[in-house]
Design a protein around this ligand. Sequence first.
Ligand code: BES
Ligand code: ZN
Length: 463
Amino acid sequence: MSEVTNSPKLQKAIEFIEENELSFRQQLIEFLKIPSVSSDSTRLEAMKEAANWTQSWLDEAGLKTEILPTEGHPVVYGEREGKAGAKTILIYGHYDVQPAVMADGWYQQPFEPTIKNDVVVARGATDDKGQALALLCGLKAAIHAHLANDVNVKVIIEGEEEIGSPNLVPFIREHRDRLSADVVVISDSSQLGPDMPAITYGLRGLQCLEVVLKGPKQDLHSGSYGGAVVNPANVLTRIINACQGPFGKIAIPHFYDKVKELSDEERREINDLPFEDSEFQKEVGAPAISGEEGYSTLERKWTRPTFDVNGLVSGHTGEGVKTVLPSEARAKFSMRLVPDQDPEEIRQLTEEFILSILPEGVTAEFIPEHGARPVVTSRETEEFAASLRAIEKGFGKKPVLIREGGSIPVVNTFKEELGIDSLLIGLGLPDDGAHGPNEKFSLIDFKRGMITFSALLEELSQE
Ligand code: BES
Ligand code: ZN
């Protein structure tokens, strides 16, 4: 159990959180009802509604707000000044969500949130509306308890994270002065497990790529033409196979050139974390788990690169048989990257390799998609230490230090463009089902997240 005691001001913030718990839950439900799917061009109204909702919430909490346009979905901005010379904390979150339809296996409508046993189920519950709102409610409580007077707070809640934040780099450059801060706080990841609060110091990068192979000008009868004409679907399977080497290694030449091996110490730390392969297997519900030889599951998930097929389309996939040579075959790949791999370089290596093994008879076209650089943040800063103490106050337990396999493109942008480190305080759980059906978020962790953020503001105002 925690040995830390709370100051009277933090106690007041906690009381405020407890008094308002029901209304905060209600606000989360309202937010989750807005189907703000950034990738869906039919949801433009909902995107605007989610941005407006967020702005009104921040207005009501006493921040000076603005909706700032981008080439795509707008960014909601808010700020509140503390005393002169105070530290500036920038909260980042996203109001956009991934698509969700009943056919994906939802037990309820994805945009009609339900609460059962202190768990809310809806698209965006954990990724990221629930987690982002937890920080904002923590801020509101801190304002009420006069905890936030000794810090400056800035907030950006964007609407394009789930599509790779394509307009955020120019946005951050354009608003460089306005966004200056000492530290960024982001809740858009997970704890290690239930009651295992964590701070995340590393995220994998990402490069997505679609490959389109074209063969004959139209689908052909596989009896009349099969064997004499190259089948793009057959070629696609050979390409995929060639990219994957034996023992879970990626066989694209030079793919590993820039991959940093972990230090013995970090390896030991990761493998000492309370994590069981058997529990992990249960969580994913697969008949077995496996991966790159010579690495543990956590090392594979957090610190090793991957090559994955996310989707494949070609030929006849409907009922019954249709004996055709498809004229086209498409695959969408995602490659997770680790320090010091560069997404653009990896894209080039992949395209070059595919072209080098492409047989005559098909052409290849590449459609580059999202990219994000991998990040490992410093664990030595005052702010990092403050966040460990704040999490302990919020969760009543010391956090563990973890890395994660997912990507948040802006973390690198904040570092590169503004020189600011991010504190990644994940409030979700690994089995929350982000991007999948029946996404959920624990309302107990929602509240713990609020307390953590109030505590963090207090910690950072004392520095
Ligand atoms: N919340 C996730 C990032 C995340 C996932 C962090 C898992 C830690 C663990 C974020 O919303 C997300 O889904 N990011 C995308 C990035 C992409 C669309 C550029 C991802 O990781 O696929
Ligand atoms: Zn996401």
